[in-house]
Design a protein around this ligand. Structure first.
Ligand code: SF4
Ligand code: SF4
Length: 423
C-alpha cells in the first residue's frame, strides 16, 4: 500500500512546530511523522501497490526489539504520529506489543491495513494496547473489481472487517485508490462507505510509483473520466456534509499542480522499511546514487540530522533554475524527486507535472494515450471484471506478487505473471 495519506500529511503539518518545513531552516527539529513499514509480506497483490517492485530482494525484517528502539528514539526526538503499515502489518504477530509500547511513549497510532487478519479478538486486543485508529483499504465497491485488482477473494472479508472496526468504536476511516477501472463507480464507492458508517473516506487518485508505475498505461483515466468523477464526488460531499468527510486526492498529472511531496524532503517524515532502511519517503528506495542508512547501524537522530540521504534535497541548493526562480518553491518544495526520476531519469529535475518543466510533454503524452484509450472501443467498457484463479497471464497489468518481484529483481524478460481483465 502504504504511503501516508493526504489526510495524514495534513495532520502532521498541523502538529508541526512553526517553521518545521521552512526552507530557511533546512534541518528541521524532528521527524514528526514516523511510518513503520513492518513487513513487505502481503496476502493481496494490488496492481497499484506503492511498495518497491524489487521488494522480494528485501524481505528481512527488524526484530521486535529493533522496532521498539526505533519508536523510543523517534519519540525522544519529538515524533508524534506513528503509522504502522506494510505490506500487511497484521502479519506481524508482535503488532500488539509494538502498539502497547508506542502508546506508552505517547504516539498517536494509526494502523494502515487491507484488513486481512483483523479478527474481533485482534481488533479488541489492539484497542486495549492503545491503537487510535485503523485505516481500511478497499479496491472498489464491487466484489468483482475489488477481487480482480487485488487478485484475491477478499471483498467479503473486508466487509466483515469494516463491521468489526465500527462495532469496536474505532473511527471508521476508509481508503480507496482511484484509477480508470473504478472512477466510473465513484458514487457507489461513496455510498458503500456511507452504509458502513465511515466518518472519513479518502479517494486517492493513483500516484504512479512502485507497481502503479509499471501499470501506468492501464490505470490512467482520461480527462473526461476524472472530470465526471469529481463532479459526482462534489455532489455527494455536499449531501454528506457533517456526516462523512470525503477527501479527493488530486491527480497531479492532470491538475498540472505540483504537490508539496512529503511536505518537503526530510522535513517531517521518516519511513522505516521492513529491513530497517530509513527513507525520506516510501518510494525513495529506488532512487539511484543513494546509500540509505539503516536503523540497525545508526540512530534515528544521526540519520535525520547527518545522513547525506536525508540532507540531499533539503533546502534549495539542489533545485533547478526553473524552481529557484519560481515563487512557488517555498510552498511545493520543488515537488516530488521520485516522480522526477521515474519520468525524466533525473531525480534533480523539475517535477515533470509542473507546466514550467521542460519535461511536461512526457506527462501530456501519457495523458493523450489515456484519452485515446478511453475513446477506443477496446477499452471503453472495461467492466465487469472478475477474479479468475491463476489467470495472471496473457497481457495486461502486472500484479504485485513475489514471483513478479523476483523476476524484476533478476531482470528476467518474459517471465512476468500478467493480469488480464476478464469480461
Ligand atoms: S498489495 Fe495491496 S494491500 Fe498489500 S501492501 Fe500493496 S496495496 Fe496494500
Ligand atoms: S517551477 Fe518548481 S517551484 Fe515552480 S511550480 Fe514548478 S515545480 Fe514548483
Amino acid at each position: 500500500m502504504n504511503a501516508p495519506t493526504e489526510a495524514q500529511t495534513l495532520a502532521a503539518l498541523q502538529t508541526a512546530p512553526a517553521g518545521a518545513a521552512s526552507l530557511a531552516r533546512p534541518v528541521p527539529g524532528a521527524p514528526m511523522w514516523l511510518l513503520a513499514e513492518l513487513t513487505y509480506k502481503c496476502p493481496l497483490h494490488c496492481v497499484f501497490c506503492s511498495n518497491p517492485t524489487d521488494y522480494a530482494a528485501h524481505m528481512s525484517e527488524l526484530s521486535t526489539e529493533d522496532w521498539l528502539r526505533v519508536f523510543r528514539e523517534g519519540r525522544a526526538m519529538g515524533a508524534v504520529q506513528l503509522g504502522l503499515s506494510g505490506g500487511e502489518p497484521l502479519l506481524r504477530d508482535d503488532l500488539e506489543v509494538l502498539v502497547a509500547e508506542a502508546r506508552k511513549l505517547g504516539f498517536y497510532i494509526n494502523l494502515i491495513t487491507s484488513g486481512i487478519g483483523l479478527t474481533e479478538k485482534r481488533a479488541s486486543a489492539l484497542k486495549e494496547a492503545g491503537l487510535d485508529h485503523i485505516q481500511l483499504s478497499f479496491q472498489d465497491s464491487t466484489k468483482e473489481l475489488n477481487d480482480f485488482l487485488s487478485s484475491t477473494r477478499t471483498f467479503d472479508l473486508k466487509n466483515k472487517v469494516a463491521a468489526i472496526i465500527k462495532s469496536q468504536g474505532y473511527p471508521m476511516v476508509l481508503n480507496c485508490v482511484m484509477h480508470r477501472y473504478n472512477l466510473p463507480q465513484v458514487g457507489r464507492i461513496i455510498e458503500m462507505a456511507e452504509s458502513m458508517g465511515a466518518e472519513f473516506l479518502e479517494l486517492a487518485n493513483t500516484q504512479y510509483y512502485g507497481w502503479a508505475w509499471h501499470n501506468r498505461a492501464a490505470l490512467m483515466p482520461s480527462h473526461a473520466e476524472l472530470i465526471e468523477a469529481e463532479k459526482i464526488v462534489d455532489s455527494h460531499r455536499a449531501r454528506l456534509a457533517g456526516r462523512m468527510k470525503i477527501l479527493w486526492v488530486s491527480p497531479d498529472y492532470y491538475d498540472a499542480k505540483v504537490k508539496p511531496c512529503m511536505a518537503g524532503w526530510g522535513s517531517l517524515f521518516m519511513v522505516i522499511a521492513p529491513d530497517g532502511l530509513a527513507l525520506p519517503c516510501h518510494s525513495a528506495r529506488m532512487l539511484p546514487g543513494f546509500d540509505f542508512p539503516n536503523v540497525t547501524e545508526h540512530s534515528i537522530a544521526s540519520i535525520w540530522r547527518d545522513s547525506d540521504a536525508f540532507n540531499r534535497y533539503r533546502g534549495t541548493s539542489w533545485m533547478s533554475e526553473t524552481c529557484l526562480s519560481c515563487d512557488e518553491h517555498p510552498k511545493d518544495f520543488g515537488g516530488c524527486r521520485c516522480q522526477a526520476f521515474l519520468v525524466t531519469g533525473s531525480a534533480e529535475a523539475t517535477d515533470p507535472v509542473c507546466p514550467k518543466s521542460p519535461d511536461r510533454h512526457l506527462i501530456d503524452e501519457a495523458i493523450a494515450v489515456a484519452d485515446a484509450a478511453a475513446s477506443s472501443s477496446l477499452t471503453a467498457q472495461p467492466q465487469p471484471l472478475r477474479f479468475v484463479a491463476g489467470a495472471a497471464k496473457g497481457g495486461g497489468m502486472l500484479f504485485r506478487t513475489d514471483a513478479n518481484s523476483r523476476t524484476l529483481v533478476d531482470a528476467v524478460p518474459g517471465a512476468l505473471e500478467i493480469a488480464t481483465p476478464h469480461a
